[in-house]
Every structure is written in structure tokens, then in C-alpha cells.
Design a protein around this ligand. Sequence first.
Ligand SMILES: Cc1cc2nc3c(=O)[nH]c(=O)nc-3n(C[C@H](O)[C@H](O)[C@H](O)COP(=O)(O)OP(=O)(O)OC[C@H]3O[C@@H](n4cnc5c(N)ncnc54)[C@H](O)[C@@H]3O)c2cc1C
Length: 492
Amino acid sequence: MTTCKTGAEHIKSLKDGRTVYIDGELVADVTQHPAFRNAVQSAAMLYDFQSRPENVELMTFKPEGSNRRINRAWQMPRNHAEMVQRRKALQAWAEQSCGFLGRSPDHLASALVGQRMGIEIFRKHGEERAKALADYFEEASRNDYFLTYVIINPQSERGKDWGEQAEDLVARIVDEDSGGITIRGAKMLGTSSIMANEVLVANLQPLKAGEEDLAFSCALPMNTKGLRVLSRKSYEAAAVSVFDNPISSRFDENDALMYFDDVKVPWGRVFVYRDPDMCRAQFHDTPGHAYQNYQAQIRLSVKIKFLIGLAHKITEAIGTTNMPPIREQLGYLAANVSMVNAMMAGMEIEGELRGEWWVPNKHYMYSAQVLTQDLYPRVIQTLRDLAGGALIMLPSSVRDFRNPELERIIGLTQRSAKMRPQEKVKFLKAAWDAIGSEFGSRHTQYEMFYAGARFVTTGHSYRTFDWDGATKLVDDLMAGYDLSDELSRTSH
Ligand SMILES: Cc1cc2nc3c(=O)[nH]c(=O)nc-3n(C[C@H](O)[C@H](O)[C@H](O)COP(=O)(O)OP(=O)(O)OC[C@H]3O[C@@H](n4cnc5c(N)ncnc54)[C@H](O)[C@@H]3O)c2cc1C
């Protein structure tokens, strides 16, 4: 057995008979299908990266009692230094896709690390459910599973409560027996589900008393009978070539609706059972939500650095770098990139011990969420602004270079002081793929919504801020004077 999980092992594990549909058809093998095979290779690349001898220490650790190393995302830091060590592994993984694999395996590992840290919350809910969560953490981490999750309900009538939606829309418990529960209905939006081993099903959106049928959480292998995965359009399949679409052709992690068609879940995989408040507590009373979104900010720190790298090169490609207004825009972008990094460092250093575990600073994490969901579209707009038509005045595809007459004209027209014509085309196609293509547009939607709509993230920020500390400053100021003092002073 090799030191840790490899890409080949992961690919083999996906040939499991899962039920994935795209373009009206059932997919026989996600590892071979043109809609998914490159994304699968990218996931495999992450495991190959961690198993390279020079990366093993950076990327993996050996859990107690195990003879096999696993990714550091499963590590439960006991102090700030261990949190930083763990983060460096997550950053190194994010760099492999320039941050475009939003739901790389470290996202769910982080969610589960946080939930496992708060196991006492599950104990309050029930010893059996706590045991199921602890056992699952052990199984998933020891096997370095790639997990995804569906924790959001499909939008239908947002003005109604979840329990009032049409029957069979939102996944719910429809039956149970001594073996487990049966669930029916849908959840969105299983990013990376086509290339994950298992899915965590839960409820992040608030439920209320009376909605007990909806109030469950469980984990299932992706090939579970009755679990149907309805893929969105594949940007990978629509990519023209790696040269034309270097990012979307390889890092289209996919998003999919999951429909649970009377899926049976054994009790050993049920973590929350008919308890609306426990659905909230699973994420918010444990450090689960903090950890999963701290991972998201680590990944974003890489992606935003990549984007500013694109910005700088765009100005080089068209020769504007040294113009004062352009420098100002680049300087402003740089300040924003550093803000993302500084907030990440702040979450770590201003974290706190919860029992024996070090957890990131919650309010800093929520602040980062609020600010970056606004920041991302603004950064994209700045890149477009810096580029003008350069992103569009490009050969239709790599095939234009095969035609000598066209190649000659491309050579004459794609000029740049810093790049040869071919290099310029290659770079600008990468830039458009990242920010303007359908894939790039999906990424803007992702960064704006993966953590919840703005009213949700600002709500978290509101709830976790130190209002007492802030208002005390105001109260202390006002305690130093009053009306009667002032009247007596000014009466003379
Ligand atoms: C690319 C992508 C990938 C995703 N991947 C995953 C995944 O892997 N797993 C997963 O579980 N989820 C995933 N999601 C879902 C994501 O978590 C949700 O999109 C997000 O939580 C927002 O919920 P929603 O889509 O229902 O939007 P809504 O909450 O319905 O918001 C849509 C709009 O309606 C407004 N609105 C709705 N209700 C209210 C209200 N009560 N008050 C004020 N305004 C309101 C919002 O402000 C917003 O403008 C993904 C989403 C995207 C876009």
C-alpha cells in the first residue's frame, strides 16, 4: 500500500455504478465521459500531488493508530501553529487549480473536522447520533474520502416555509424502520458530486417546529440506490481545447441537483434525526460552519491572487502598466488581495481554544464572507475594465494557427511589447476563460452565493459582532458629561 491516497485510487473508486444524468442520458462511467473526465483527472491530480515524496509532509499526516497518511484537511489543530501548518496544505492544494476547484476535498473535510470538534452537541441530541457522526468521521478521514454536501433546498416559492412547499420537492423522511430512514425529494446544489465518493445531506437553512420530516442529516455513498444526480451543462464538454479554454477544460467541478428517490439510509449514517434546532446546531453550535468557510477563504486567497496576476499581465499584454490611472487600479486591487490574506491570518491568530481544539475567529470569518462575496464581482469587473476589447479580439480557436495565411495575420495583429503574438493569444484566452466565459460567469455566481445570499452572510456577521464592546465605547464617552453639568457651566 502506498503512503497515502493516490489519483489512480480515487479514479478507481468512482467506477461505482452511480446514477448521474447529463443531456438526457445516464452516464456509464464519469471517469470516461467527455462531460466530466478532465475534472475527474484534476481531482486525481490533487491526490497525486499529496502523494509525491516531496509533498507528503506538507500535505499529509498520520492519524493516531493508523499506518497510512491522510490529507491535513482532516487534522484537528490544537493551537495556532498547527492551524497554520494545516492551512499551508490547503493553500498548496488550491494552488493546483488556481482556486477554481471550490469544493475540493478539503472543503468537506473541514466541515466534518469542525462538526467532530463539537461532538458534545451531537451527544445532547442523542448518544447514537453522536456515535454515528464520530464513526463516520473516522471512516471518512481514514479513507481520505472526497465528500460533497447538499445542505440547501431547491428554490420554489421562497415566500413560503420549507414545510409548506409542494410535497416531494424538499428532501424529507418518508419512512423508517429498524434498519434506518427512507428519504424522498431534492437538495441543491452538489458541487463536485460527480467526482466525490460520498455526500453529506443536511439543512443549513432554518427549519421550524412542525418541519421534523425535513430535519435530518446523513451521509451516503454516491452510488446509493435511488440517489439520482442531475448535472448542469458541462463547460468541460463545451471547451474547445486546452489552449482555448485552459481552465474550464480542466477545472469544471460541476454542480448538480440531487434527487433522493426513496433512498434508504442506515441508522449508522444518520447524524440528525427529526430535530429542526439540531440542524442549525450541527453547523453553528459546533465549529463546523466556521471551519468549512475558513477553508473557503483559504481557497479564495489563492484565487484572488491568481486574478490579480491576470490583471497585471493584462496590462502588460496591452501596454498600459505604467499609466498612472492603471497603476492606481492595480494598487487598489493589490490592497484588496492583501485584505483577504490579512483576514485569513486574523481568523487564525485571533482564534480560540474550544476544549482542546483551536478554532478560527468566527466574526472575522463572517466578515471575510460578507466582504469577499461583494469583492469578487468587483474584481472581475476591474479586470474587464483593464482589458477592453483585447479579451475578445482573439482567434476563433487554436485551429486558426493551422492556416498559414491566418497565422501570418495573427502574428501581425496580436502585437505586444512584452509578449510574442502566440503568447499573447494564449494568455488572453486563459484570462477570458477565467473571467468572461460561461465557466467564468458561473464562478462569479459561486463566489456570490456559495456561503448564502447576502442577507444570510450579513446576518451571521451581525450576530457574531461584539456589539457590547462597540456600544461601551459610546456609552463611556457619554458617561463623561451630562445635561445638568452643562447647564450649570453655561448658566453664568
Ligand atoms: C455555483 C454554485 C454552487 C453551489 N454549490 C453548492 C453545494 O455544493 N452544496 C450546497 O448545499 N449548496 C450549494 N450551492 C447553493 C448555495 O448555498 C445557495 O445558492 C445559497 O445558499 C443561496 O441560496 P439560494 O440559492 O436558495 O438563494 P436565495 O436564498 O433564494 O437568494 C436568492 C435571492 O433572493 C433573495 N432572498 C431570498 N429569500 C430572501 C429573504 N427571506 N429575505 C431577503 N432576501 C431574500 C436573496 O437576497 C437573493 O437576492 C451552490 C450555489 C451556487 C450558485
